[in-house]
Ligand binder design. Structure first.
Ligand code: ATP
Ligand code: MG
Length: 394
């Protein structure tokens, strides 16, 4: 028996014409996720195998976090031979039984030349396990489930399957510019865009000195978590204080919020175009804060030509929090930070700012100069994936 990790993929099946490309992306992303010491990836027909694994459970755990993965099992490769399969299953049952009283064998035969079909294998192997272990068969609610997959070069035996996150491999659908603040929502929005195959670049509007350097550091750390899904994330840090001061000095306070956001969108679009990103993405959710009323969203959105993805638009805050915890961004996001959107903003901002009102206010500002200047002074940081416990030093 040779340790092996088996990765099953998700929706990739549906994309017939692109299947090869999607699989290559998935392999690349898996390689980044499991790390240099994690094992050697081999593409099978409808599976990806990880061979030469030294820590199968850890490799399986990491692979199970990669978008495009349906499920992952850590187990053993055995020869294509009924007796070898029986012996392997008996050994796995002996090792994994942990007080189990019932079991089920779930065989799947991809290799139709193998002499036993899946029902036949279930029966033969099941009988041997009963004899060797005194466990009873329960097909509906077994305490222990052992899977067998009969491939073309080897069979695979495993106890337990981890669900993957589904979705599409990052990179499969395009390049998206995420407006990333230090808050709870935008990292989750970015993660959901990655789930649908988008590779991210991030844009952060930094209103230094009104906003402290710690907030920028926090955004960098959030990027490092998102980078786990794609290798590196380019973080574009836009100096935003001058634009906000111009709004403060030239417009009515209730309009500040909408005007800031329109400037952000214009700047983000310009950056997106320069890096070849095909859409923007934000953490906005309908009616969560003053800038997210339907009217204000409309007025903000008018300045963008690129599509703006808003994966959280119908989420309640607590639904987003559940996701943030799962992704691992929540604890970072709740650390105190300065929010540039509230700079100089009065307690009661305009909730129904029309596009005409915003345009009229903007005529008193040199919007083009503010946008061009912010873009010109943007710095780009390359953010590598966050290192995790157990990672080999690089
Ligand atoms: P978040 O939790 O992501 O900060 P939010 O619920 O606080 O979102 P807003 O502060 O109104 O809502 O921001 C809405 C969206 O605008 C954010 O989700 C983010 O995409 C973008 N955004 C806001 N501030 C910034 C910033 N300083 N830099 C980059 N993007 C920002
Ligand atoms: Mg915020």
């Amino acid at each position: 028996m040779t340790p092996l990790v088996l990765v099953r993929f998700a929706e990739i099946f549906l994309k017939r014409g692109n299947r090869r490309h999607f699989e290559e992306l998935l392999v690349r992303n898996l390689r980044a996720a499991i790390g240099p010491g994690g094992g050697r990836l081999v593409r099978g027909y409808d599976r990806i195998l990880v061979q030469d694994v030294t820590a199968p459970e850890e490799t399986a755990r990491r692979a199970a976090g990669v978008f495009g993965v349906a499920s992952v099992s850590a187990g053993h490769a055995v020869a294509l031979d009924v007796d070898a399969i029986v012996a392997a299953v008996v050994e796995v049952v002996a090792r994994e039984r942990n007080g189990a009283r019932t079991f089920a064998i779930r065989a799947r035969r991809a290799n139709k030349r193998f002499p036993l079909d899946s029902l036949g294998l279930n029966r033969v192997v099941g009988r041997a396990v009963q004899e060797a272990s005194a466990l009873r068969v329960s097909l509906d609610a077994p305490d222990l489930e052992v899977g067998i997959e009969v491939g073309h070069e080897a069979a695979f035996v495993f106890a337990g399957t981890r669900p993957g996150p589904g979705g599409l491999p990052v990179g499969a659908t395009g390049h998206v510019a995420l407006l990333l603040s230090g808050g709870i929502d935008s990292p989750v929005a970015g993660w959901l865009a990655q789930k649908r195959g988008c590779r991210l670049s991030a844009i952060y509007f930094h209103s230094f000195p009104h906003v402290g350097e710690r907030t920028k550091e926090k955004v960098r750390e959030l990027c490092a978590v998102l980078a786990r899904q794609q290798g590196n994330v380019d973080l574009h840090v836009v100096p935003f204080a001058a634009a906000q001061e111009a709004v403060r000095d030239g417009a009515r306070p209730p309009l500040y919020l909408v005007l800031y956001r329109r400037l952000m969108l214009r700047i983000a679009e310009r950056i997106a175009e320069s890096i070849g990103a095909g859409a923007l993405c934000t953490g906005e959710s309908l009616a969560q804060v003053a800038s997210q009323t339907l009217k204000n969203l409309d007025t903000i959105n008018r300045v963008a030509r690129l599509p703006v993805l808003r994966p959280l638009v119908t989420n309640d805050k607590n639904e987003t929090i559940v996701l943030a915890r799962r992704i691992g961004t929540y604890d970072l996001s709740v650390q105190p930070h300065d929010d540039c959107c509230s700079l100089f903003v009065p307690p009661h901002p305009e909730l129904k700012c029309t596009p005409e009102t915003a345009e009229r206010a903007e005529r008193r500002l040199d919007v083009e100069a503010l946008v061009a200047d912010a873009v010109a002074r943007t710095e780009v940081l390359k953010v590598a994936p966050e290192r995790r416990a157990g990672d080999a030093p690089t």
